[in-house]
Design a binder for this molecule. Structure first.
Ligand SMILES: Cc1ncc(COP(=O)(O)O)c(C=O)c1O
Length: 486
């Protein structure tokens, strides 16, 4: 029997209070008295009235229904849901950082500015770029910023290039970004290796090409081996290369986008640099560029005066302007910098090595029971398919994902990338132990066997969660966001 949860609004009873305080000694005027009549409240707010205990129990129970990297294995491919060390929370919560105000004089915040500078030096080293802007608040935001920088660069040369190439395996935000930036999406097919089809790329590149957006390793977890030639083809046509850094967790310390020929990169600090994301906090899609693109970055950029003091330089007349208030999500950068310092250069390299090892180990264990369209050594993630189960027993990717919930695992990313039928994109990350990977592999095997034995059991999953199978289409298309029953 599933437990439904009443809302605070339904639980409230008139007169219940969270706290009883002595009456104030000064008589305050209510807001209603202070505001002009047209701005005064027209109706009572109708807020629920509850005791403190009721509220605490309510939210504690809700929090326990949640799932996160702190509660279990979360192999959400492309999202790098790795464990976020708690020391980063501590450093970001230090009063010296939390009590700052962005309007403070630069001279009073030299320590915070130094941290930004050091974080930038670290990211420049990891990416092979020449400058970093911390303003973008997420990967998709970084993509838009980077593409705007590319377009500003072309404009500065008197060119209005409008076509942006993107592989058919790309993350959905890439074509969405291209459209948002007012450009035309040119889709490049993948070849039988699961990599960019070089011939198709050559056939689509022309004098209207603004650039190519690529993630390497790609969303199949496969390294684009022809990256040098790809970069050459695009550059020769006058286009620029954009690196979607969401998959940097696979190559940190081994390969740098700047050395592969990329001109712009965004990093998901909330993935690779282990700052919380999803429900856990805001992100940072920091953007790095090569020298010739620095004038177009969002302003201001951090610089040092002749006496060695940091200041924000606003003097970038060709800049695309500001794309975030102040300097981005500062707390996230503190966390990412803490992570970099904690790991060190050798540690970051080890991260990639372990992430790749874990993914290959798991892929090897799962390929016996799930179809592997591109059976090659992967990087940090891989894509398996439930295609055969769907055909034979009517058990598809969504059913496998839902049944995993019954075993206490968060499902992998489903139905992406689009070039694989019934796909499940698995990214175990480096922070999981072999025991966890083995447990997951066993469960995945059991699900495959169960699909054959009792398909109905799998297609009706989940059975043990607070709510059962949801109508996801209606939830997305007709969300009911008001608690009041109509
Ligand atoms: C390959 C890839 N690119 C871009 C993004 C967008 O990043 P964000 O979710 O931070 O906007 C993601 C995130 O899911 C991704 O996996």
């Amino acid at each position: 029997m599933r437990k439904t949860k009443a809302l605070l609004f339904e639980m409230g009873r008139p007169g219940r209070r969270g706290a009883s305080l002595p009456p104030p000694e000064v008589v305050e005027k209510s807001l209603d008295e202070l505001l002009p009549p047209e701005m005064q409240r027209r109706q009572p707010l109708d807020l629920p009235e509850l005791s403190e205990g009721e509220v605490v129990r309510h939210f504690t129970e809700l929090s326990q229904r949640n799932f996160g990297v702190d509660s279990g294995f979360y192999p959400l491919g492309s999202c790098t849901m790795k464990y976020n060390p708690k020391i980063s929370e501590e450093t970001a919560a230090m009063p010296g950082f939390t009590h700052l105000h962005p309007y403070q004089d630069d001279r009073t915040v030299q320590g915070a500015l130094e941290l930004l500078d050091l974080a930038e030096q670290g990211l420049k080293e990891v990416t092979g770029m020449d400058r970093i802007s911390f303003q973008p608040a997420a990967g998709a935001h970084g993509e838009l910023t980077g593409l705007m920088v590319i377009l500003a660069y072309h404009r500065s040369r008197g060119e209005k290039r409008k076509k942006v190439l993107v592989p058919d395996s790309a993350h959905g935000t890439n074509p969405a970004t291209i459209t948002m930036a007012g450009c035309q999406v040119i889709e490049i097919p993948s070849d039988e290796r699961g990599l960019v089809d070089l011939e198709a790329l050559k056939n689509n590149v022309d004098e209207d090409t603004a650039g190519l957006m690529l993630t390497n390793p790609n969303t199949l977890g496969l390294f684009e081996e022809d990256i040098n030639e790809i970069a050459q083809v695009v550059h020769q046509a006058g286009g620029l290369l954009y690196y979607d850094g969401a998959n940097l967790n696979a190559v940190m310390g081994y390969a740098r986008p700047g050395d592969m020929g990329f001109d712009v990169v965004h990093l998901n600090l909330h993935k690779t640099f282990s700052t919380p994301h999803g429900g856990g906090g805001p992100g940072s899609g920091s953007v790095g560029v090569k020298e010739k693109l620095i004038p177009f970055l969002p302003y201001p950029l951090l610089e040092k005066d002749t006496e060695g003091n940091y200041y924000w330089n606003y003097d970038f007349p060709q800049s695309i302007g500001k794309i975030h208030s102040f300097h981005g999500n500062f707390g996230v950068i503190v966390k990412a910098y803490t992570y970099m310092r904690m790991m060190g250069a050798a540690g970051l390299k080890q991260v990639s090595r372990d992430a790749v090892l874990n993914a290959n180990y798991l892929m090897h264990r799962l390929k016996e029971y799930y179809h592997l369209k591109y059976p090659r050594r992967c990087k940090h993630e891989f894509v398996i398919s439930a295609r055969h189960m769907k055909k034979k027993y009517g058990v598809g990717t969504a059913d496998v994902a839902k049944y995993l919930l019954d075993y206490g695992f968060h499902p992998p990313t489903v139905y992406f990338p689009l070039i694989v039928e019934e796909p499940l994109m698995v990214e175990p990350t480096e922070t999981e132990s072999k025991e966890t990977l083995d447990q997951f592999a066993e469960v995945m095997k059991n699900i495959a066997l169960e699909a054959e034995r009792d398909p109905e059991r799998v297609t009706s999953a989940p059975h043990t969660t607070v709510v059962g199978r949801l109508d996801e289409v209606s939830a997305a298309r007709n969300p009911k966001v008001c608690w009041k029953k109509e």
